[in-house]
Ligand binder design. Structure first.
Ligand code: IVH
Length: 673
C-alpha cells in the first residue's frame, strides 16, 4: 500500500529536524531544544516508521545512535559498535520493559541499577595493560580520537593494576564533570571574561574536545566505567556485577551507587529513590540505567541496531522550581510575530540558571493565567528550553490583574495585530527595527546561510551602527568597516569577511530558507530546490506546480507566492543577485547526484559493513538519487545487499534468503550504469 504523501513528508521533516538537533547537541555541544522535545520528535518518527516499515532507511536517526563524528579529530572505528539505550519515560514504561524481558527468558532475572550519568560515552582501549587510545561514541560505529585528552583524566589509569592483565581490553564509561569542577570552570571563565558554560555536560563535552590536551587536563574531568567492549584474555566473567568488581580491581572508577534487585518493584523503588537523591550526588544524572545482571541472559536477549534489549534508561521527569515572574515582555521576530515571554527572577533548574521563558502567544498566557508578580513554577526537562508551567495561586498578590497583550510594537510603536483565526499577534511594520535584526540573524544563521561570526550580537552591533539594514547588506561590508567595530579584532574581521564571501556559494535551499518566507523551512526549500533548480524558476512556478512537489503543500506555495508579490522582497532578491549569491542548484558534484536518471527505480538496498570510497550517507544518497530506496533490514523483498568490510549479520541473512550481494566494486559499477 502506498504511504500517504503527508506521512512521507512528515517522516522526512522529522529526520531532518532530529539530524539538525543531533548536530547541535553532539557536534557543537550546544543543544537548542529540551531533551523532552527531542525525545518527542524521535518517538513520533519511530511510531511512523513502525506503522510504515517501508519508510525505514539505514541512516534514519532511529537506526543510528548519536551523531556522526565531527571533523576536528581523527576517526576511530569501534571494535564493537557502541550502542545507545532505549528510554523509559515513566514507571509504567519500566514495568512494560520488564514484561518484555520476562517473555524473552524463562528464568527469574536479577537487575542492576546505576545512576544515568549526564556526560559523554567514551571507549578506552588497553593492550597488554597499557593505555593505547580513547574514542568518543560518535555515531556508534565511528567515533573521534580523543586519546591525548582522555589520558589527562585522573580516573583513567595509564597501566592496569592486575598482575594477569588481558591482551586487549576495551572499557566503556561516561566522562563527566563534577558539580565542583563545573563551578570552578565557570569561576575561571568569568574571571577571564569568557562566556559561562551552561551545564556540566557541555563542560565535559567541550573540555574533552579541546585540541590542546593541557586545557582538558586543567578541567578536572572524571570517568565512571560501566561496561566492557572488546576483551581478549582476562578472566571469564558471567555477570555485570562481577565485571564491575574486576574493573575496580584493575584500577578503574565505578559508580558506588550501583545496586542489585531481584524484583522490578525493587528497581522501581531505587529509580524513585535516586531521583530524590539526585542533587546530593555531586554530579548530574538524568535518570537511572537498569540492566540485566547475567551476561548469558543478555546474550540471549540480544540487541536491536540501536540499543540492547537487556537494558533501559529510566529518564527522570522534568525538574520543577518556583520563582517570581517579574514581568511579561514581547519580542518581535523576523516575520513580525510578537512573542510574549516571561522575565523571571533567575532560578537554577535542570542544571542551568533560567531568567526568561517563552510564553508562546496570548492564548498560552491566558491558559496558564500567569501574571506579573506571580510566583510561578518553572520546568526544564534536564536541558534547554525553560517552560513556565503555571502560577502558585496561594502566593498570588491580592491586587493582581490579568496580563493584557500590548497593542503597540515595543520596538517601533506600530500596532500589533492579531488576525482572525491566528494565534499570534504581528507587528505590521516591515521596517520595524526588531524585524530587521531578526531577519538578518535568521539569514546568517546556521539553518540558512551559516555565516560564522555573524551571530545575534554582531548583527545587533552592525544594525545599530547603521551598516546593515537588510540581510543583503551583509555582502557590502568591508574589512575596514568591521575592524572599526568594538570587540572585533583584525583577524576576526578578516575571517568574517571570508565567511561572508564563502556564503555566496551556499546551496540554493539555504538561500531560500534565508529569505525568511513564512512556512518555508529546510525540507520545503530542499524539495523546491531539487525539483526546480533555480530561484528564478521557483518564483516563476505557478501555484499548482509548487504544490505538485512532494513536501510542498498549498500553505507553503501560497506563502511563497504572496511573499514575492511584495516589491520590496523582489528588490531584496535582486540585491542578493547583484552581490553574487548563488541562485542555482546544484553548484557542486554532490548535489548533481540528485538529478540523476532513476536507473535503479523500484529497487531496495540494504547496506552493511564499511566501504572504502563511500560513507553510509554517500552510499544512501547515491542510491536514493537513482530512484531506489535503502532500508535497514534484509527481507525477501530486498533487491541487493551491499556488503563492505566487516559486514554485520545482514550479510548472513542475505545469504540465507538468497538476496543478491554486491561488494564495493560491483556497487560502484551498478551506480555508474
Ligand atoms: S550503559 C549499550 N550505563 O547513556 C549501552 N550508559 O542514553 C551501554 N549512560 O550512551 C550504555 N550512564 O552515554 C550505561 N550507567 C550507565 C550510563 C550510561 C550514562 C549514557 C551513555 C549511553 C547513554 C544512552
Amino acid at each position: 500500500m502506498a504511504v500517504a504523501k503527508k506521512v512521507v513528508a512528515r517522516v522526512l521533516a522529522l529526520r531532518e529536524q532530529i539530524q539538525h538537533h543531533n548536530d547541535l547537541y553532539y557536534g557543537d555541544d550546544a543543544p537548542a531544544v529540551s531533551d523532552a522535545e527531542y525525545d518527542a520528535l524521535v518517538r513520533e518518527l519511530a511510531d511512523l516508521e513502525h506503522a510504515h516499515p517501508e519508510l525505514v532507511v539505514a541512516d534514519s536517526p532511529t537506526q543510528v545512535p548519536g551523531a556522526a563524528a565531527g571533523s576536528t579529530f581523527a576517526e576511530i572505528t569501534h571494535i564493537v559498535p557502541m550502542l545507545s539505550l532505549d528510554n523509559a519515560f515513566s514507571l509504567d514504561d519500566l514495568h512494560a520493559w520488564h514484561e518484555r524481558i520476562a517473555k524473552l527468558v524463562d528464568e527469574p532475572v536479577t537487575y542492576v541499577t546505576e545512576p544515568k550519568m549526564d556526560g559523554l560515552a567514551i571507549s578506552v582501549l588497553y593492550e597488554d595493560g597499557r593505555y593505547v587510545r580513547a574514542a568518543t561514541r560518535g555515531d556508534g560505529r565511528v567515533g573521534e580520537d580523543v586519546t591525548e585528552n582522555v589520558r589527562t583524566i585522573a580516573d583513567v589509569p595509564e597501566r592496569l593494576r592486575a598482575s594477569n592483565v588481558p591482551e586487549r581490553l576495551e572499557v566503556r564509561g561516561e566522562v563527566y564533570m563534577s558539580l565542583r569542577a563545573f563551578t570552578a570552570l565557570n569561576e575561571a571563565q568569568a574571571a577571564a571574561g569568557k562566556p559561562l558554560v551552561v551545564n556540566p555536560r557541555n563542560g565535559a563535552a567541550g573540555s574533552l574536545r579541546q585540541k590542546d590536551a593541557s586545557i582538558t587536563a586543567a578541567r578536572a574531568l572524571s570517568l565512571f566505567c560501566y561496561q566492557l567492549g572488546a576483551l581478549e584474555g582476562g578472566p571469564k566473567l558471567s555477570s555485570h556485577r562481577q565485571t564491575l568488581d574486576w574493573l575496580i580491581e584493575l584500577g578503574f572508577a565505578v559508580n558506588p551507587n550501583i545496586l542489585m534487585h531481584d524484583t522490578i518493584e525493587s528497581v522501581h523503588a531505587e529509580c524513585t529513590s535516586l531521583e530524590a537523591r539526585r542533587h546530593a550526588l555531586g554530579y548530574e544524572i538524568d535518570g537511572a540505567v537498569v540492566k540485566v545482571d547475567r551476561l548469558d541472559l543478555r546474550a540471549q536477549m540480544g540487541s536491536t541496531s540501536k540499543a540492547p534489549r537487556w537494558a533501559i534508561a529510566y529518564k527522570f521527569p522534568p525538574e520543577e522550581r518556583t520563582t517570581l515572574l517579574l514581568d511579561i515582555h514581547v519580542s518581535i521576530g523576523r516575520t513580525g510575530r510578537a512573542t510574549p515571554f516571561a522575565m523571571l527572577e533567575p532560578v537554577f533548574v535542570g542544571g542551568v540558571t533560567v531568567s526568561t521563558a517563552t510564553l508562546h502567544n496570548e492564548d498560552e498566557v491566558a491558559r496558564r493565567d500567569v501574571r506579573p508578580g506571580d510566583t510561578v513554577t518553572v520546568r526544564r526537562a534536564g536541558d534547554v528550553i525553560p517552560e513556565v508551567v503555571g502560577p502558585v495561586l496561594s502566593k498570588r498578590p491580592k491586587k493582581s490583574t490579568q496580563w493584557v497583550f500590548p497593542t503597540e510594537c515595543p520596538n517601533c510603536g506600530h500596532p500589533l495585530i492579531r488576525a482572525e483565526g491566528e494565534a499570534n499577534h504581528r507587528c505590521i511594520n516591515l521596517d520595524c527595527p526588531a524585524r530587521k535584526w531578526s531577519r538578518i540573524v535568521h539569514f546568517a544563521g546556521r539553518g540558512a546561510m551559516d555565516i560564522e561570526g555573524m551571530g545575534d550580537e554582531r548583527v545587533g552591533q552592525l544594525v545599530d551602527a547603521g551598516l546593515i539594514v537588510d540581510p543583503a547588506d551583509i555582502y557590502s561590508l568591508t574589512t575596514e568597516q568591521l575592524v572599526a567595530m568594538p570587540r572585533l579584532g583584525d583577524k576576526s574581521a578578516r575571517a568574517l569577511v571570508d565567511a561572508i564571501e564563502a556564503s555566496k556559494q551556499r546551496p540554493l535551499w539555504r538561500v531560500l530558507v534565508g529569505l525568511g518566507i513564512k512556512h518555508v523551512g529546510p525540507s520545503a526549500a530542499q524539495a523546491m530546490a531539487t525539483s526546480l533548480r533555480s530561484l528564478d524558476a521557483i518564483f516563476a512556478a505557478p501555484l499548482d506546480a509548487l504544490v505538485a512537489i512532494e513536501g510542498v503543500g498549498p500553505i507553503i506555495a501560497e506563502s511563497l507566492a504572496s511573499w514575492f508579490t511584495d516589491e520590496r522582497n523582489v528588490a531584496f532578491i535582486e540585491k542578493l543577485r547583484a552581490a553574487g549569491v548563488n541562485f542555482d542548484a546544484p553548484p557542486a558534484d554532490d548535489d548533481a547526484a540528485v538529478y540523476l536518471a532513476p536507473t535503479l527505480a523500484g529497487l531496495t538496498f540494504v547496506l552493511t559493513g564499511t566501504m572504502e570510497h563511500y560513507t553510509r550517507e554517500q552510499a544512501t544518497a547515491a542510491i536514493e538519487a537513482r530512484g531506489a530506496k535503502v532500508t535497514g533490514s534484509v527481507s525477501k523483498k530486498t533487491s541487493y545487499v551491499v556488503a563492505g568490510d566487516s559486514p554485520g549479520t545482514k550479510l548472513a541473512k542475505a545469504e540465507s534468503l538468497e538476496v543478491a550481494i554486491l561488494d564495493e566494486a560491483a556497487f560502484a559499477a551498478l551506480l555508474d550504469d
